[in-house]
Design a protein around this ligand. Sequence first.
Ligand SMILES: Cc1cc2nc3c(=O)[nH]c(=O)nc-3n(C[C@H](O)[C@H](O)[C@H](O)COP(=O)(O)O)c2cc1C
Ligand code: SF4
Length: 413
Amino acid sequence: MDKREILLSPIAFGNRTSQNRFFIQAMECSDGDPEGNPTDLTYQRYENLFNGNAGVITLEAITITEKNRSRMNQLFIKPQNQPALTKFVSKLKEVNPKPIFLFQLTHSGELSNPEFSKRLSVKLLPGFEGDVFTEDEFENIMQDFVRAAKIAYDSGADGIDMKMCHGYLGSQILRPYNTRKWKYGGPWENRRQFAFDLYERIRKAVPDEKFIIGSKISVWEGFPGGMGTAGPDTPVMNFTEIIDLVKGLEERGAAFFVQSAGSPSITISLTQADRERPYFAYLHQYFAKVLRDNLKPETVVVGSNYSVFGNGLNRLLAVNPEDKAMLAYGADNIQKGYVDMVALGRQSFADPLLPLKFEEGREDEINFCTACDNCLELLIQQAPIGCCTYNKFYSNVLRETRKEKGRLATDHT
Ligand SMILES: Cc1cc2nc3c(=O)[nH]c(=O)nc-3n(C[C@H](O)[C@H](O)[C@H](O)COP(=O)(O)O)c2cc1C
Ligand code: SF4
C-alpha cells in the first residue's frame, strides 16, 4: 500500500475517529504565565498545530500541582485556571474542529526542579536528592489528579493522557525500584494498583464514556530497577509487568497507549534518539510491537521516535535511502502491524503543518527535523521552547540564552 493511503486513513480512537494516523506528542514549552495559564505564545503554537490538521493533538505535560514541577513556566491545571483553559480549547476548536485534543496530566515527583519547587520521591534513586512523600501526601496527589481530569473534561478537552513515562511520578511508582513498604510499593500487585485506582477514580469522577483516557508509557527505562526491568537492581528487560499494566488499564477503559522509553534525566538518547545515535529509534518500534501484540485490536498503539528519521538524510546505515525517511518508515511500521499511529515530537516543532502539507501533496515543502536537539537545550535552560532551525523567534531565544547562560555541554549537539 502507498504511504499516503496508510497515513491518511482514519482510525477509531476511543468513541471518536482520528481523521489520519498523525498524533502530535505532548511537548512542553515553558511559556505559560506566572499562574500557569497559556500565553499568546502558547496559543500560537497550538493554533499552528490545529491548522496542521493532525488526527490527534496532545497538550503538553500540564502540572497538577505548582508545588512539585519541573518547569518554571509550566502550564498548571487548577480550578482558578479553568476559565482560561476553556477559552483556549474553544478558540482552537474554532480554528479546526477535527483534531482530537488530549491533555497530558503530570506530576514531576523526583524530577521537580528544586530551584523553584520541591522534589518529592517515593524512594530516592542513587544520586538523587529530595523528600520522600508520606502516604497522606500521596493521597492528596491522587485527589489532585482526579480534580485535574475533571477540569480537563470541563474545559472541553476530548480526553487525557495520564503520564506514566520518562521518570515522572507515574513511572516512579510503577517501576520495580519502588520497593518501599506501603500501599503502592513492593510486589507488582501493589505497584500496579496505583494506576488501576487512578483510572477507576477518574472514571467515577468523569463518567462520560466519550471522554477518552489513555497513557504514555516508558516500556523500558534503561537503568537498573526502571520500568520494564526484571527487578529493582537489574537493567535486564522484562515486559511481564508492562503487559499486565496495559491490559489492566485497557480493562479499565484505556483507549490508547503512546509507547515511549527511557527517563530523559538518566537515559536521554533512549527517550529521544538524536542524530549521532539514530539507531536507538529502532528499539521503540520493538517496544510498540510488544504493546500491539498484547492489546485488543481496537486499542490504539501510538509509536514514538520518528523525528530522527527526518527526510532520510540521517546516519542510519544499511537501509535503502527511501526507506529511512520518516514518512516511509512510519507508514511501514503501520503496515507491518507494529503501531496504529505515528507520533510527531520534535518534528511537530520543526513543521506543525506536516500532516496538512502531506495531505495536500506538498511533501517537498515540509521542514524536516534534523534531530540537532537545540530545542532540548532550551528545555533544560528553562527558556521558551520551539524549533531553533526553522523558526527565527526560537533561534533568537537560543542565541540570547547561550549569551546569558553559556552553551550547554550536551554530548549530542
Ligand atoms: C522540548 C521537549 C519537550 C518535551 N515535552 C514532553 C512532554 O511534555 N511530555 C512527554 O511525554 N514527552 C515530552 N517530550 C518527549 C517527546 O514527546 C517525545 O517522546 C520524544 O521527543 C521522542 O519523539 P520525537 O523523536 O518525535 O521527538 C519532550 C521532548 C522535547 C524535546
Ligand atoms: S531544534 Fe533541531 S531537534 Fe529541535 S525541532 Fe528543530 S530541528 Fe528538530
